[in-house]
Design a protein around this ligand. Structure first.
Ligand code: ATP
Ligand code: MG
Ligand code: MG
Ligand code: MG
Length: 569
């Protein structure tokens, strides 16, 4: 391809709303442009990367025996009413009406539609197992879309759904997807980890997330460097976390005037060190992504908190866990909220993140029905403390006994679930077994954030000059930079020839025929992140040499023109 036939749209400045490096670089390199909050145009170069990601996913899904199909973005509410998710899903679900006043939604995920398809098409055990997948646009009305396309509202996901005769079959299908995911992320050259996770709103019995390791990740992962043990915070079994969870629940049940309490009050009341109290609340806030959820956690008396034995909490052997009614009474709920403005304001903002959390906090408080305006920090609420949840957990023994745990941050790029029969039972999705008896199909579901992967890869691969793509994802593998394309016949001829040769060898090459100044041209390609650059000028050509540079090489080197192909294949 020639640059004159492509569309390069690099920018000097990043948009002011860009908080993380991947968002800044994706806009500056001309991959995306914002249309609306969490909704982006994919410019030609961005789309090119998306297609490469899709191809890797498609190849590995096909290799694992999954079969591609496509389900509509717009789905009728009836199916979602069958599973109860029409009512259960909150404002993240975008609901729409047609001209006949019928309810529809834009799919955030497709369990209902695929289960409907399976119950209509699959009758016999002979048709099982089967695994369907699609790569399709999703919409989730995220409370706080951010980080560019990493937490978009409209985004692209690969979602697969397996149907098996029994649980044993499901385990095999699940393992096949797990292995396919491992191959996919390896091919993308990413540093990642599979971590044990909670099933959350989707339901079912077991799940693992795939996280790309990055400081800017929204999730914390507890892992053991000496073994495969890794879990996200919800699922982690660290003793410190158990204690922290337990004391969070205890705080919920014990604070007398929660809406007025500060962290220090809570600490005093509980007779716990302030640091421990703050960590507790920090954990709960961080965990639940803001006080709105914290509130729910508090009022619900969350189940996993109730499972924790009080004896595990230092200094709290006497504590017991209150019932939901007791909690509601204690905090004057439901109209009132268990004090997070006072209690957690000083907590949310201390996370090992940036000021962005403050905004989160405010959103969260608003979601919960608390409108938090004009707070004067230090006067109305305590100044933020600086504490880090890591300290509470790092060094705990790993549950597998193979060492101690550490914490890192990750970006969730994939998630595999064993669903079991939650959807097939709700929707009557059955097959006839060998005895002619109807049985519920046993399901799994498997997602990959196609567009999120671009951001995740850039979080891992960049420097001060721009993006460092893994070759398998780069919008172009090689850029040819002519020194005077329109000035020197020899340069033009050599560039055109190399371009055609590389193209014929299956290399994704671009020839920059824009006649830009060398400095500007090089800066553009370092920003865009072409893995290899070949500079061709009259001086080198006199010796049949060109200048070659890998994106991460400190210096370029002069090498014979004839050797370029071998260098980049
Ligand atoms: P998160 O915890 O980040 O909100 P999720 O657990 O809600 O993600 P899943 O329902 O597991 O997401 O969806 C499968 C995959 O889709 C996720 O692993 C992630 O890679 C991607 N994904 C989810 N939400 C978004 C989003 N708002 N923008 C981009 N990708 C997303
Ligand atoms: Mg989500
Ligand atoms: Mg998640
Ligand atoms: Mg998930």
């Amino acid at each position: 391809m020639k640059a004159s036939q492509s569309f390069l749209a690099t920018l000097k400045e990043a948009p002011s709303d860009a908080e993380v490096v991947s968002h800044k670089l994706m806009v500056r390199a001309g991959l995306i442009r914002k249309l609306s909050a969490g909704v982006y145009n994919y410019l030609p170069l961005g789309l090119k990367v998306i297609r490469k990601v899709e191809n890797i996913i498609r190849e590995e899904m096909n290799r694992a025996g999954a079969i591609e199909l496509l389900m509509p973005m717009i789905q009728p509410a009836e199916l979602w009413q069958e599973t109860g998710r029409w009512e259960k899903m909150g404002p993240e679900l975008l609901r729409i009406k047609d001209r006949h006043d019928r309810d529809f939604l834009i799919q955030p995920t497709s369990e209902e539609v695929i289960t409907d398809l399976a119950r209509n098409e699959i009758k016999s055990y002979k048709q099982l197992p089967v695994n369907f997948y699609q790569i399709q646009t999703k919409f989730r009305d995220e409370r706080r879309p951010r980080f560019g396309i990493m937490r978009g509202r409209e985004f692209s996901m690969k979602d697969a759904y397996s149907f098996d005769r029994d649980t044993e079959g499901l385990k095999k299908s699940y393992q096949m997807m797990f292995d396919a995911y491992t191959r996919i992320f390896k091919r993308m050259g990413l540093k990642f980890r599979a971590v044990t996770a909670d099933n959350g709103a989707i339901g079912g019995s077991g799940s693992q997330e795939f996280h790309v390791i990055a400081e800017t990740g929204e999730d914390a992962i507890v892992y053991c460097p000496n073994s495969d043990y890794a879990a996200n915070l919800e699922a982690a079994e660290s003793l410190a976390l158990i204690a922290i969870r337990a004391s969070a629940s205890a705080i919920m049940t014990k604070v007398p005037t929660p809406d007025k309490s500060t962290c220090a009050d809570v600490a005093q009341f509980l007779n716990l060190p302030l640091e421990k109290t703050v960590k507790t609340l920090l954990f709960a806030a961080d965990q639940e992504k803001g006080p709105a959820k914290l509130f729910m956690l508090l009022v619900r008396g969350d189940h996993d908190l109730n499972e924790v034995k009080a004896s595990k909490i230092p200094g709290m052997a006497e504590s017991r866990f209150a019932t939901e009614a007791e909690i509601k009474q204690a905090c004057n709920a439901p109209a009132g909220y268990l004090g997070p403005v006072g209690v957690s304001a000083d907590v949310t903002v201390v996370a090992d993140r940036t000021v962005a959390n403050m905004a989160d906090f405010v959103c969260g408080a608003n979601d919960a029905g608390y409108h938090l305006t004009g707070v004067n920090w230090g006067r109305d609420l305590p100044e933020p403390l600086t504490l880090d949840i890591r300290n509470a957990v790092i060094g705990d023994p790993s549950p597998d006994g193979k060492g101690v745990v550490d914490i890192c941050r990750g970006i969730e790029v994939g998630h595999v679930f064993q669903l079991g029969t939650r959807y097939s039972e709700a929707m009557g999705c059955t097959y006839l077994d060998q005895q002619g008896k109807a049985q519920a199909m046993v399901m799994g579901c498997y997602g990959i954030g196609v567009t999120r992967l671009l951001g995740a890869a850039i979080e891992q691969g960049h420097d001060e000059r721009g993006i460092i793509w893994p070759i398998s994802m780069a919008p172009f593998e090689v850029v040819i930079c002519p020194m005077g394309y329109d000035k020197s016949e020899a340069v033009k001829a050599a560039c055109d020839q190399l371009h055609d040769d590389l193209l014929a060898a299956g290399i994704d090459v671009i020839l920059d025929d824009r006649n830009e100044r060398p400095g500007a041209m090089f800066a553009d390609w370092e920003l865009i992140g072409a893995p290899f650059r070949v500079v061709i000028g009259d001086r080198g050509l006199a010796n049949a040499e060109v200048e070659f540079k890998g994106r991460t090489d400190a210096e370029s080197q002069n090498i014979p023109l004839a050797e370029i192909k071998a260098k980049v294949i």
